[in-house]
Design a protein around this ligand. Structure first.
Ligand code: HOZ
Length: 430
């Protein structure tokens, strides 16, 4: 493939933007090489500045569950644009989106719209701290909740990809209030509660740990978390920025029957525009300003453009749509598993609905410790083989892939064929 234009733009970009990108993973440092600079997207495809076409399984890291430039979403957004882009005053559309979220997620009895997943998680832990009068929070090793200071401790996503799970710049004072447990290991959460009685405001968790690849929760892990929280007077926050409206109509909260106290959302609810939301039980949400004393605000919050894209996206996520996403995901998983079994390849595939990750190890994956033992060199080689053959995957072993409703059987089969060729080198090494 020819990347000349991308290379030129990347060189310019690095002079004016740190690393040439506005979010670290995009720089391809986890896999090496030049990131294609994207010119446009249409349905399941993206096209770079050099005219290369890719089947896209990143989907803007999750929001584009309908695919790129869905015509009805684009039309609705265009109509709204001509009525003005922001008012800093309430609009009916915000109420519609809030009603749609609440209808789908009964644990969220009220929601507040913000502008990103990071804002949502920061606001949710502030609320939990305000409600409980406690300072400490528990998060999980490798879970990523955006770049708020309290979360850049043992963080996943770009932080772990670049080997900096604890960011410089986070003060010692902040860091000491974030306690870290291990995903799928309820005993580690229990130990922390024992060591810090009456000090923990909340446990925040990605119900599916999607920022170190896709790792589902085992058995009743989430319910046990909730029980532990309540025994210890803490709140359970499900961070559904990635999983919300992606893995089920009611998100992971519904899929795993979690009934969280607070939840955070983003990605899908903005249909490709910047948005976030946090919500939960009325008794807690009514403590948010201006009803209660816990402050949070935002000039562009409830922005009409993002809200419209979100409404139009959610409208199309019918029960049938989730069955289709599951069907496509299963097609990919089963095809990959057959290839693994046929040649006894050192690979493990994990999937929940339309979230999927191929891990370069033959060991089971339960949490970050297991991901850290993957063969990262083999992943890089696979990644570049896929990219060169026109399949755009997340450029890090520590990220999940996303299937959209714009993908179809033909594209999944084609991806499976390219994938089988792309990991053929593993056979030579056996
Ligand atoms: N934190 C995102 C992946 N889990 C990356 C966001 C981006 O680079 O756009």
């Amino acid at each position: 493939m020819n990347f000349t234009k991308s290379q030129n733009i990347f060189e310019r970009a690095q002079k004016v933007i740190p690393g040439g990108v506005n979010s670290p993973v995009r720089a391809f440092k986890g896999v090496g090489g030049t990131p294609p600079f994207i010119k446009k997207g249409q349905g399941p495809f993206i096209y770079d500045e050099d005219g290369n076409q890719y089947i896209d399984f990143v989907g803007s890291w999750g929001p584009l569950i309908l695919g790129h430039a869905h015509p009805e979403v684009v039309d609705a957004v265009a109509r709204v644009l001509s009525d003005g882009t922001s008012f800093g005053a309430p609009t009916e559309r915000e109420v519609v989106l809030a009603e749609m979220i609440i209808d789908r997620v009964p644990s969220a009895e009220m929601v507040r719209l913000v502008n990103s997943g990071t804002e949502a998680t920061m606001s949710a832990i502030r609320l939990a701290r305000g409600v409980t009068g406690r300072d400490k929070i528990i998060k999980f090793d490798g879970c990523y909740h955006g770049h708020g200071d309290s979360f850049l401790i043992a963080a996943g996503s770009g932080a772990i990809t670049f080997g900096m799970p604890n960011s410089p710049g986070v003060t010692t004072g902040t860091a000491k209030d974030t306690l870290v447990a291990k995903f799928n290991r309820i005993d580690t959460v229990n130990d922390i509660f024992q060591q810090h009685p009456d000090q923990i405001a909340c446990v925040i968790v990605e119900p599916i740990n999607g920022n170190v690849g896709c790792i589902p929760p085992e058995g009743s892990f989430l319910q046990e978390l909730k029980t532990l929280c309540h025994i210890n007077g803490a709140l359970l926050i499900l961070d559904e920025v990635m999983t919300g409206f992606r893995v089920a109509r009611g998100g992971a909260n519904e899929l795993y029957n979690a009934d969280a106290d607070l939840l955070t959302f983003g990605k899908v609810i903005g249909g490709g525009f910047p948005i976030g939301a946090y919500g939960g039980k009325r008794e807690f949400m009514e403590q948010v300003s201006p009803v209660g004393a816990i402050y949070q605000a935002g000039t562009l919050s409830g922005n009409p453009v993002a809200v419209t894209a979100g409404i139009e996206t959610l409208k199309r996520l019918t029960p049938t749509a989730y069955l289709e996403l599951e069907r496509l995901g299963k097609l990919w998983e089963d095809g990959t598993q057959s290839a693994i079994d046929k040649d006894n390849l050192p690979l493990t595939i994990k999937r929940v609905g339309s979230m999927i990750t191929l891990f370069f190890t033959d060991h089971d994956i339960r949490n970050l410790d297991d991901v850290n033992h993957c063969d990262f060199e083999a992943f890089k080689r696979y990644f570049h083989n896929m990219l060169d053959a026109g399949v755009y995957l997340a450029p890090s072993q520590y990220e999940a892939g996303f299937i959209s409703l714009a993908h179809d059987d033909y594209l999944i089969q084609k991806t499976l064929e390219i994938s089988a060729q792309s990991f053929a080198f593993l056979k030579d090494h056996q």
